[in-house]
Design a protein around this ligand. Sequence first.
Ligand SMILES: Nc1nc2c(ncn2[C@@H]2O[C@H](COP(=O)(O)OP(=O)(O)OP(=O)(O)O)[C@@H](O)[C@H]2O)c(=O)[nH]1
Ligand SMILES: [Mg+2]
Length: 279
Amino acid sequence: MRTASCKAPAVSRSTLPSPSSQPADASPGLPAGPTGSVAGADAKVGSSGPATRTPELVVVVPVFNEETVIVSVLREWREEVARVVPNFQLLVINDGSTDGTLAALSQLDWPELTVHSHANRGHGQSCLVGYLEAERIGAPFVFQIDSDGQCDPVAFRSVWERRHEAPAVYGRRITRDDGPSRRLITRVLRWSLKLLRHTRLNDTNVPYRLYHTGAAAAAARKVPRTFDLANIGLALKLEPQGFVEVPIHFRDRVGGHASVRYWGFARKARRLFRDLRSL
Ligand SMILES: Nc1nc2c(ncn2[C@@H]2O[C@H](COP(=O)(O)OP(=O)(O)OP(=O)(O)O)[C@@H](O)[C@H]2O)c(=O)[nH]1
Ligand SMILES: [Mg+2]
């Protein structure tokens, strides 16, 4: 993996092998360097501002073709996180975007912004890459959000304040603007996983999750590389260590396109239940 601070040249293409060239059960992360961690001499943050110290928090933001919203989403999150955690890093995982996402990112000259680019591997696996990178950076906490504007920074503080109660603090989408079909999907997923996996988690796929980095990275290594909705696999792996749920509001998408529509959900669900057998 190569990770570059977001200054010209803003981002570098990952030299990772494509997902299909990795063993099926390989860990989701990056090719091990001599130390078994992420390779990359350029994996540093900017030379000024809070990010020159090891950040206390890495905010992982997977992005795929969100050129219309990515800058505004990062801007609002940067403002809010800075109010709560002065020393943080924004880690954007550009998951093979083919639109102007990368160009939009390259215009941002923020010392706390780092962009990692790799060939498309999907949302969940991109998140796992972010957790492992947070571990390499040495940040004790890692927080993941989506890049489509659905995650409202207003609840961040209440999540952060619970960080010492458990290795995992999840937002739980209590109110949401993204329509009845999305609410139904979350409900069906919740009850299916309760029945099949006996989970007590209520929102296993929520993109609003704060982890103790060491715990998240260790669990990430155990989630197979082929696991599609890998954030769900990670949450289930971590559950025995305890978790906290904090009610949040979930907004509607502010631009771009939903990746999964109509029968795509049935396909995703089938894949999930197949993947769960490998967990
Ligand atoms: N769809 C998709 N999203 C990805 C991928 N990699 C990273 N992402 C990001 O993951 C987030 C979630 O994707 P969405 O398509 O919004 O999925 P969703 O939230 O279930 O769908 P909506 O409810 O329509 O927003 C977005 O911020 C994407 O930019 C990928 O390979 N596919
Ligand atoms: Mg979304």
